[in-house]
Write a protein that binds this ligand. Structure first.
Ligand code: GSH
Length: 243
């Protein structure tokens, strides 16, 4: 079904209305933009004009959504509380706001049986204009020889203090010219800064210095930092300590 522009705008508006108050951000894209920058083995099998929405969590998601989620589920020992909290929120947004629409939801942590991720989150964020995905090829005269350096996304407001959570594909909703691709903000503009970013991310990502490559408007609270720097297996003990 080709949708009128109004329908596409409406879908994006409703997803935003549901998710923004919980500390998420949503960015629409066409599947064709994503497939255009990837080899065929990573293509998503939809028409190129199909509407998708990439969902990010901003720093505020932890206090607005996750802490209340933990308080509500205090007595249950959820194995993956972060993933469960995000998926509960997104799936109830989809089932309540789009009961008649087929929406395929892919989460950042989901993989196919061959261990290939369901979608490439950083690529989706980049083509949607949400966060610039800095890769080795974005650095002229690379200083690393044949060493493989992994890329990383930087958000213009949150720096590296955010996470890409999901891709929602609105099966059969096709967008025409009303959805125009906007490039992500390039906030790490110089070669020197990009070298510093990729080295910081690849060589010592655990100290999180790469997240502060630009001055961000907000970052993770001390409690959020403590939570995410604790290995998942030890977080239940941390939660008991928090009471
Ligand atoms: N699967 C576990 C859970 O659901 O509780 C762990 C989830 C987790 O720690 N995910 C990381 C995260 O949210 C990887 S995306 N980190 C926030 C960040 O790195 O900004």
């Amino acid at each position: 079904m080709a949708a009128a522009g109004g329908h596409v705008d409406e879908v994006v508006r409703v997803v935003g209305e549901r998710l923004l108050p919980s500390g998420f951000e949503v960015y629409p894209l066409k599947i064709g933009w994503y497939n255009a920058v990837l080899p065929p083995s990573f293509h998503l099998p939809y028409h190129e004009d199909t509407l998708a929405v990439v969902v990010l969590s901003a720093p505020a998601m932890f206090e607005k959504l996750f802490i209340p989620f933990l308080q509500r589920h205090r007595r249950e020992a959820a194995r993956d509380p972060v993933d469960q909290c995000v998926s509960d929120t997104i799936s109830s947004c989809v089932s309540q706001s789009f009961p008649k629409q087929e929406v395929d939801v892919m989460y950042d942590y989901e993989m196919h049986p061959n261990r290939k991720p369901k979608f490439l989150a950083q690529t989706a964020a980049h083509v949607a204009g949400a966060a610039y995905y800095y890769q080795q090829c974005d650095v002229p005269n690379q200083p690393w020889g044949s060493k493989k350096m992994f890329g990383v996304c930087i958000h213009p407001r949150w720096g590296g203090w955010f996470a890409i959570r999901a891709l929602l594909v609105f099966r059969g909703v096709e967008s025409g010219a009303e959805l125009q691709q906007a490039p992500p903000v390039d906030s790490v503009g110089s070669r020197q800064q990009r070298v510093e970013l990729l080295e910081s991310f690849n060589l010592h990502w655990q100290d999180w210095a790469y997240r502060d490559i630009i001055r961000s408007e907000d970052s993770y609270s001390p409690r959020q930092r403590e939570y995410f720097s604790t290995p998942p297996g030890q977080r239940a003990t941390l939660l008991q300590r928090w009471g």
